[in-house]
Design a protein around this ligand. Sequence first.
Ligand code: PEP
Ligand code: MN
Length: 342
Amino acid sequence: MIVVLHRSAASEDVAAVADRVAALGMMAHVINGTERTVVAATGSEDEAHRETLASMAQVESVMPILAPYKVASLEAKPEPTQVVTGSLTIGGGVCGVIAGPCSVESEEQIMTSARAVKAAGATALRGGAFKPRTSPYAFQGMKEEGLKLLAAARDETGLAIVTEVMTPTDVELVGDYADVLQIGARNMQNYRLLEACGESPAAVLLKRGMSSTMDEFLLAAEYVLSRGNERVMLCERGVRTFESHTRFTLPLATVPYLHARTHLPIVIDPSHGTGVASLVPPMMNAAIACGADGLIVEVHPDPPNAASDGPQSLTPDAFAKAMIACGKVADAVGLTMDTTNV
Ligand code: PEP
Ligand code: MN
């Protein structure tokens, strides 16, 4: 249920309501909106609890949250969430671009990539150090060595770092280096991992499972939010269909659909969504045209020799051209492309 406080409520009033919610055996999530503060109470939806909370002097009204996802829902927070971490801002009318190679491969590769994507206007660097690969014989990533190279790239360029974490036990390690923990499509329903990321101070980029429904996606985000991490971005990266001309099928209707249900920012990944480099720039434009809050794009200095996902990786030149086009689309639809070079 959502406990709406009076506009005049002070921080002690919010604390008193949150304490009462906890005393009733529910979890309290304080959501500070621009207009007013609400406390989302999750757990048992007991009618008696509702009345107890409604009778508190600081409380204006108590309403049930109808959506199965509670803290993620627009009912709990009608205004969009803007996620800010280091150089990256995504959401609330600002479109940010995360770019870089699929995997961190060497110091030279990640530094060249970081400089190139920054010059083209990206505000965060991606690069996998722990790679979830279909085959156990494929390159598995540079692990902590890769994280150190990402941190060095941040030191030089100022770009925020987005990198994948695959297991709950690695959340602390990856969080020591990364600004954003990426939860991969194959792990969207790894509930222990979601909970561990929910307890991390780092922001989270949650990718949609390749055969997950929207409700499953939002409930996965709810796992992270329910542990207190408010900085969650949702990423549509394509789903499995009968189609074989692309690697996955990229449903852009996800963007307006989710905007009507959640305040969380929506990021589109046209690289995994298509698997084909030539299809990436048009889908970057299309994603912005339908209101995406951000993009995550694979860019590699030498795609034919990439250790992973070369066929879908843009060259630095192709990425720079695509970014110019995206800026024009953003202007046309009233979004601000955040290309502030940090
Ligand atoms: C990736 O970003 O390189 C990746 C493995 O993505 P996904 O989890 O969407 O397949
Ligand atoms: Mn990849």
